[in-house]
Ligand binder design. Sequence first.
Ligand code: G4P
Length: 286
Amino acid sequence: MTRAKRQIQDKLKLIDIAIELLDARIPISSRNPMVDDILQGKPRLIILNKADLADPVTTQQWMDYFQHEGFSVISVDSSSGTRVNEIPGKAKEILHEKIAKQIAKGMNPRAVRGLIVGIPNVGKSTLINRLAGRNIAATGDKPGVTKGQQWIKAGTDLELLDTPGILWPKFEDQQAGYRLAVTGAIKEQILNVDDIAYFATKELVQRYWPTLSERYGLESQPSDIEDNEQIVAVMEEIGRRRGCLMGGGLVDLEKASGIILRDLRAGKLGRITLEAPYDDMPLREK
Ligand code: G4P
């Protein structure tokens, strides 16, 4: 952690703006717990990435939330490139005072210099490649290969450091751990696949029952989402519908769990967000 922090802080000296990448489906769980401390007050643009997989209504709520917290924020889909071209303009907008001062002094302002930061799998490389318009091979990450910092041009207004700042995810918060596992940000070896699918099913029953029931042809909606048996019954029904059966008509719950998680991650259950700004975060006025 100290090393990761130091590496990013070394890079901060070279840049004008930090571009903090979050997963639009879990903006708080995908946020490094020490990011404010690490970025030391650098101007910042928050990007809600993977917006193509997230519930658009909740994404808008998150945009409002971060704006209310004083941040500039934009939602993008780095895979297809949707809204990625708005990033350089946004970065320039955040730095407009600094740029205006340079112009007033008769200087010709150079392109804004940025560093993309975020936890693993949030889409940092995908976004860098999108902004660069080509695939950037991060040779600097391989042992034995040395190279200096390279600047990548993202149009005329923005330059990026080619290697992003890798932040660590939240380790201590169990709910965040499950959300990270459901979205595939942390590997299943750390948590049990049945437990991750149980967590996902509970969230889906609570927030997205119509989509869930339609996809798998489910009939009886649980009356109490805190009742473990009712959630497991939903998982078993999904398993039965998908032919995950073992001897004696028993449902292979592990197989059913795999199906639920694969479908969710691939967007087959629709656009799903697993946390909303106001549900279990510190209370604030709605
Ligand atoms: P990282 O550098 O932060 O570790 O993340 P990376 O870019 O490697 O992205 C992790 C995964 O997330 C990749 O999928 C990537 O395609 C996907 N991804 C990144 N941005 C978006 C986005 O905006 N929308 C969607 N739907 N997916 C996104 P993968 O399955 O690991 O690899 P692959 O399918 O690209 O081969």
